[in-house]
Ligand binder design. Structure first.
Ligand code: CTP
Length: 408
């Protein structure tokens, strides 16, 4: 992916042991297509050298407001004017205090102060010891920074360099990357609540075995991520898959279709959008054997009776909120043939405004896909692309179909 293509990021490093993670972050930003201009405070240079950051960013690092390389000797103006965003990672407790006070006695705080505030966003990734993090002064500074228009990216929790354990660690480079990518996505679903089902279900035969399918959950997880990037509050009801939960998404893990139904029905009561991507098993064994079914030596296979599972999408689509249009329902159809005919019929059968069709065997487990959007008006094709790109297109399409959001 090149989610940051065309973006110019000023990456500011301040004094903290998390500077070692900034090297990885710089690399990740460049890999995602961004150009990165590193600016380091004097304290940051105690932890990592400008040589490392220059090598990774491919640009000379700035560290002084008196840098004579700039013809006009105004690096604070030049660097801040060309940035699409300034990302401070790590941002120390001291540096936050400096920002709050509007200090300007070294290059990084000076350029943050000098940035055109409506055009160049400031993103802050704090990093510090847990006591420093919890201190009222830091919390006060955080609130003030947010009030002054900065975006606070939060902190991680766990073992700290000082040997203590708690909140205050800098987020990992991949988390920061995901947050920055999300930051640049249009907030088409701001103040909306979205519920997504994803993955297969597992219907137990006995304590050892069960029936499931090849769904990887990737499309549903991508939709959850895209909806979150678009500003929605997202709950992902996930069958048994081993994918990482997208940043900022609430995940409810379930196993069987009946568990998925119960979790989904609880979650959609306050939702604006429901997207059913899960490959729900259509049938389950009538009864789950309490013990492992053993071979009895006769050579006969055991006879398993099946019963139909509840249709989660149908149940939600028939709810009062869905029928009145308060809850917008989107279904998926995984077909093996005659996609358009089946997709059209399925949309009508499920009574939903939008159905997304794909060819199951061509998409299960893959990172890309090709979709067919079927609504009452007709059909639209989304060409082959990565699942995340398709998810972003789909989210934009869904957002455009929603009734206008109430103003906050
Ligand atoms: N779905 C569901 N609950 C089920 C079965 C399906 O919520 N028990 C949802 C899927 O998440 C998907 C849509 O219904 O959004 C279509 O699923 P699919 O398996 O393709 O269709 P079926 O209803 O099973 O129809 P068919 O057996 O004819 O393919």
């Amino acid at each position: 992916m090149n989610d940051l293509a065309g973006k110019h990021i000023v990456l500011g490093l301040t004094g903290g042991i998390a500077c070692y993670k900034a090297a990885e972050l710089c690399r990740a930003l460049v890999k995602e297509g961004a150009t990165v201009q590193v600016v380091m405070t004097e304290a940051a240079q105690q932890f990592i050298t400008p040589v490392t950051m220059q090598a990774l960013s491919g640009r000379i690092v700035y560290g002084s407001q008196w840098d004579a390389r700039e013809p006009n000797n105004m690096p604070h103006i030049n660097l801040s004017r060309e940035a699409d965003a300034i990302l401070l990672a790590p941002c120390s407790a001291d540096f936050m205090a400096r920002l709050v006070q509007g200090r300007a006695d070294e290059l990084l705080s000076l350029l943050c102060l000098a940035r055109p505030i409506e055009r160049v966003p400031l993103l802050v990734a704090p990093a510090m010891n847990r006591e420093m993090w919890a201190h009222p002064a830091t919390q006060r500074n955080m609130a003030q920074l947010a009030a002054d228009g900065a975006t606070l990216l939060g902190v991680g929790s766990g073992d700290q360099a000082c040997g203590e354990t708690g909140d205050g660690r800098m987020l990992d480079p991949q988390e920061l990357l995901a947050d920055l990518v999300a930051f640049f996505q249009p907030k088409l679903l701001a103040r909306r609540r979205v519920v997504v089902t994803a993955g297969p279900t597992f219907e137990a035969l006995d304590p050892i075995r069960g029936i499931t399918n090849h769904s990887s959950g990737k499309m549903g997880f991508a939709i959850a991520r895209a909806a979150r990037e678009a500003g929605a509050e997202v709950t992902l009801v996930a069958g048994p898959v081993s994918l990482a939960t997208p940043r900022g998404v609430r995940r409810v893990d379930v196993r069987s279709a009946r568990e998925m139904l119960a979790a989904t029905q609880a979650e959609v009561t306050a939702a604006d959008v429901f997207v059913a991507t899960a490959a729900v098993a259509d049938w389950r064994p009538v009864a789950e054997a309490g013990q492992k079914i053993k071979k009895d030596g006769s050579g006969d296979a055991p006879v398993v009776a099946f019963t139909e599972n509840p249709d989660i999408l149908l149940a939600v689509a028939q709810s009062e909120r869905a029928r009145s249009g308060t809850l917008f329902c989107v279904g998926f159809a995984a077909e093996s043939h005659d996609l358009l005919t089946h997709a059209k019929a399925k949309r009508e059968r499920k009574g939903i405004p939008l159905l997304v069709g794909n060819i199951g065997p061509l998409t299960f487990g893959q990172d890309d896909n090709q979709l067919l959007l079927v609504d009452a008006q007709g059909v639209q094709e989304l060409p082959r692309a990565s699942k995340l790109v398709l998810a972003r297109w789909l989210v934009a399409d869904i957002a455009a179909r929603l009734p206008a959001a109430a103003t906050p």
